[in-house]
Design a protein. Structure first.
Lengths: 799, 164
């Protein structure tokens, strides 16, 4: 740790907090441009319909209206500002998945504005651009659309059934792909010789990410520069720019600036390029005025990408010694009406590659069928595939232990991976971990030894008490570019950094990572303070703007520490190496004799030294060396491509009490012990765990997006979709174990998603333990629990 | 259009507004006080909480015209110059914010909670009182701790109550 107490491992208070605490954050909706117009979208009220005609005449003449556009208008613009016959490019899915028969996934067209067919409630039909938002909204209501309403399908379990309507004409059975991983023959052999087989059917409920800041886009076009600017709520502005230029074809990459300023949470939902961003940029070009769109919450529910939505049958084979010998999984994943930016990767390589959990399982075979339905697109949401995998593995292991009459803790320990590296049958090679250590610590912190007494006390009060475990593993730090490229990714997943040391010795660090709540302006600065021995307030983290940062892949998948900070570390090494050369000239010593320690370059074995700031000054004044020996300046860049995924793992333990009279589940204790490798700032890491657990508890007990049989989203507001509030959640006890990650220079594994991954099975294992049977689906709402209690005629509190 | 005048953060403001303009729209769009946020359209999230005549109000539930003559305090008016209000300082000290979007509403709610219920706030009370404020980042754990600490610190530092 740096001598100044602001280095790696220090609980440094956040540098970005002041602006948020005083109302001076700058979120996209806080930005207003000169001459700005406002956009309001007319959205489909039907889940599936053919558009016979759209009459915009009345809307176009309403007060303040500058333009009304439909899918028919949405064509490319030529150099003379005229509309061409060529449609603007559609939105893309950037990860190619091949079915087991070798055929590529079936990607239906995804226009930003619907042309002939609408495919979900909330689909984009037309846009009004007007002087004020209220005028735009009023005019959007005056657009008349003649719909030929078609039958729709929204249920993932029914999408492939015979006779269901086709979401995309010609894509048979609504099937995007039928994919598999693992070894089928070995797995079948394991099941054939198993002493016991446990079989469960699971639903991984559909969720709405709901960052508190709704999405916003402001498109601008500068006719003089012939250049575009997009301010948007993005987790990865460079990726957005790449897609908008290379695929949608709106503007050349070097003429398009994308800025994602303060962003109010993302949780995955702001990774993707959305229709509204495309339309605002295009309309700005047409109208030569900035065009701003701000989502309201209702639109966010309808049209932000949702998460999860799997149905799964899973089977676990064990031998007579209670060792797991095989795992077989069949999952149907709902991808919604269109393939969102990374939709195809989530139920495949981000899901089934984690099905080995923390266990040594010799044979695994998983099949995943992905389907279209008339629902909002489904893509990555906090954890993205890994919560779904963990729910399968940890429910299966728990149920198997109960069926076999074993202590679920002992059964887990019996099957833990204990030697590293460990190659699973599903691609991943676990590099480091100590699963026993986390489990032991969690048992202690959760006082599981005292559970029997607490359960007896609950029973005396007519309540049901249950204990549930979740020993999770996830793959973070995505990812080695070559590896993901071979699996179908359209991009590399490295990260870039540039360290600019100014002549006065303060430092700007440019990073392609993007902070939207994670506190990078603090943690990245801690790394610099640590490595260079400079005060933390001499460091500024520059991110979020494609005009400032050359390129980057953004923030998701808990990758910013492991990948983004590793890039910074690499650039810092180069700065120190250059500084050593400068100091050697100034101190008139050989470069080999210069050491860098505690913020100064010193001639080894002497008291001759040059402080870091003085070295920077000397690098820029360049009086002590000539240009043929050394270039002036002190600025270095690095690209860091990881060598492996990272594998955070841990154990979460949930203890619940259920009131059988009301079905209300109360979380009495929640304990999380995680191994995130080395930790930069424990305060921030703990905050990430708290938030992840809250979302996981939400999934387990409260949240569920529901479409009715006509395709209406009936959970489309905070009054209908139950997001956890403060009194729904317990105090959370957090512990950590550390096995440094050997795959990156900082030993970091990543912490952003662990809570959302680990919590759902911990909660459901506790609820089923309390109920005494396994038949409960997420969300285990009071109504569902009450019905489950009744079904089994468990004792009522009132009796 | 209708005319309205009120005091916002100690300053007299007045102007013409479309009568359907909500208080939060007036604050954000007309006065450009963008610290007050909009996180929903059903008065559920609490990101827009401000104080009107000393009481916490969701600024999306009032028309600007209803605030005629009122004294409005927003997050921008809470600190005493460069010195953070004790509740703001407590949120920083206890990491009670991540993305910062719900934070202004949380802090305005928390200050109101202290005004109504005093400086010694049990955790269960804080959790119940946060019924009207959603946060998606923190799991509320550190918000609850921040409010308990901020409430205590407000007793020790009465500067803000004096100003109101």
């Amino acid at each position: 740790m740096a001598a100044n107490g602001t280095g790696i491992g220090a609980r440094v208070l956040r540098l970005e907090d002041r602006r948020f605490l005083t109302g001076r954050g700058r979120y996209t909706d806080d930005i207003n441009r000169d001459g700005q117009l406002h956009a309001s979208f007319l959205r489909s009220p039907h889940a599936h319909a053919r558009i016979r005609s759209i009459d915009v005449a009345a809307a176009a003449t309403m007060p303040g209206v500058e333009a009304v556009y439909t899918g028919r208008d949405f064509r490319k613009v030529d150099a003379f500002d005229a509309l061409t016959d060529e449609d603007v490019g559609g939105l893309i899915c950037g990860w190619m998945i091949h079915s087991k028969d070798g055929s590529p996934m079936k990607a239906g067209a995804h226009p930003a504005l619907a042309k002939d067919v609408v495919r979900y409630v909330g689909d984009h039909v037309a846009v009004v651009v007007a002087r004020t938002l209220r005028e735009a909204q009023d005019a959007a209501e005056a657009i008349v659309v003649d719909y030929d309403v078609r039958p729709s399908v929204t249920d993932v379990a029914k999408a492939r059934a015979p006779g269901q309507p086709e979401v995309h004409e010609g894509i048979a059975g609504n099937t995007v792909f039928e994919w598999e991983i693992g070894n089928k023959a070995e797995t079948e052999a394991a099941f054939a010789s198993a002493a016991h087989v446990t079989r469960i059917d699971l639903t991984n409920n559909r969720l709405v990410p709901n960052p508190m800041e709704p999405r916003v886009a402001i498109g601008e076009y500068d006719p003089g520069e012939e250049a575009w600017t997009l301010h948007t709520t993005s987790q990865n502005p460079h990726v957005a720019r790449l897609i908008l230029s290379a695929f949608v074809g709106l503007a050349p990459e070097h003429k398009l600036r994308v800025v994602a300023p303060d962003v109010g949470g993302g949780f995955g939902s702001k990774i993707f390029v959305y229709a509204e961003e495309v339309v605002c940029l295009w309309a700005a070009r047409r109208l030569k005025r900035p065009v701003k769109w701000t989502s309201d919450r209702s639109e966010a529910f309808l049209a932000d990408a949702h998460g999860r939505d799997h149905v799964t049958r899973a089977e676990l084979a064990t031998d007579a010694e209670h060792r797991i010998t095989g795992l077989r999984v069949h999952t149907t994943a709902n991808l919604g009406a269109y393939l969102s930016t990374f939709a195809s990767s989530v139920p495949t390589y981000l899901y089934a590659t984690l099905l080995s959990g923390q266990y040594a399982i010799p044979a695994i075979h998983a099949e995943v069928d992905a389907v279209y339905t008339n629902t909002a697109p489904v893509d990555a949401y906090r954890g993205a595939g890994r919560p779904e995998a963990t729910f399968v593995v940890e429910r299966l292991v728990e149920v198997a232990a109960r069926e076999l009459g074993l202590d679920p803790v002992a059964f887990r320990r019996r099957n833990f991976v204990r030697s590293f590296p460990h190659q699973t049958p599903v691609i991943m090679s676990y590099d480091a971990g100590d699963y026993d250590a986390a489990l032991t610590k969690a048992l202690e912190m959760a006082d599981t030894a005292g559970f029997a007494a607490r359960r007896a006390d609950s029973e005396r009060r007519g309540r049901l008490r249950g204990l549930g475990y979740s020993a999770y593993i996830e793959a973070c730090g995505i990812a080695p570019s070559q590896a993901v490229g071979s699996l179908g990714a359209g991009v590399g997943l490295w990260e870039s950094a540039e360290v600019r040391v100014n002549p006065t010795g303060n430092i700007e660090v440019l990073t392609g990572s993007h902070s939207h709540g994670q506190g990078h302006e603090t943690t990245f600065a801690q790394l610099v303070s640590d490595r260079l021995g400079v005060p933390i307030d001499a460091v500024k983290i520059v991110h979020r703007d494609t005009d400032k940062v050359q390129f980057g892949m953004g923030t998701y998948g808990s990758r910013s520490g492991a990948v983004g900070m590793s890039a910074v570390a690499k650039a810092l090494d180069k700065v120190i190496a250059k500084g050593r050369k400068v100091a050697a000239h100034v101190l008139e010593a050989s470069e080999q004799d210069i050491e860098f320690k505690d913020g100064a370059f010193t001639v080894a074995g002497t008291d001759r030294s040059l402080g870091f700031a003085d070295t920077a000054l000397q690098a820029y004044v360049a009086h002590k060396f000539n240009g043929s020996e050394l270039e002036p300046g002190l600025k270095e860049g690095a690209f860091y491509d990881p060598t492996n995924f990272t594998f955070p793992a841990g154990v979460h333990i949930c203890e619940v009490e259920i009131d059988p009279a009301t079905g209300v589940t109360t979380i009495e204790r929640f304990t999380a012990v995680d191994d995130f490798g080395n930790v930069i700032n424990p305060m921030i890491v703990e905050g990430q765990v708290h938030g992840g657990i809250a979302q996981g508890v939400g999934q387990a007990l409260m949240e569920g997006a529901r479409y009715d049989e006509t395709g209406q989203l009936v959970t489309a507001s905070f009054m209908d979709y139950a997001m956890p509030r403060a009194h729904d959640l317990p105090e959370i006890a957090i512990g950590m174990t550390v096995t440094p990650c050997p795959s990156n220079p900082l030993g970091i594994k990543g912490c952003g998603e662990a809570g959302a991954i680990a919590a759902p099975p911990a909660v459901i294992n506790a609820v089923t333990d309390a109920l005494g049977h396994e038949d409960i689906a997420m969300p285990a709402t009071p109504a569902a629990v009450w019905r489950a209690v009744r079904a089994r005629a468990l004792p009522m509190a009132a009796e | 259009m209708a005319s309205v005048s009120m005091t916002v953060n100690g300053k007299a403001v007045s102007g013409e507004v479309d009568p359907r303009t909500l208080l939060v729209q007036y604050l954000r769009e007309t006065l450009r006080l963008t610290g007050t946020h909009v996180g929903c359209d059903t008065s559920q999230c609490g990101a827009c909480v401000v104080h009107v005549d000393g009481q916490a109000v969701k600024a999306c539930t009032m028309l600007a015209l209803q605030c005629e003559g009122a004294d409005v305090l927003t997050i921008e008016g809470l600190a005493n110059g460069a010195e953070l209000h004790p509740m703001q300082a407590a949120f920083r000290e206890h990491h009670g914010l991540q993305c910062g979007f719900c934070t202004p509403g949380m802090i305005m709610t928390a200050v109101d909670m202290v005004h109504r219920l005093g400086n010694d706030l049990p955790e269960t009370t804080i959790r119940e009182e946060l019924e009207g404020n959603l946060c998606r980042c923190t799991g509320y754990h550190n918000i609850v701790k921040s409010i308990a600490a901020g409430a205590r610190d407000m007793a020790a530092s009465p500067m803000r109550q004096a100003a109101e």
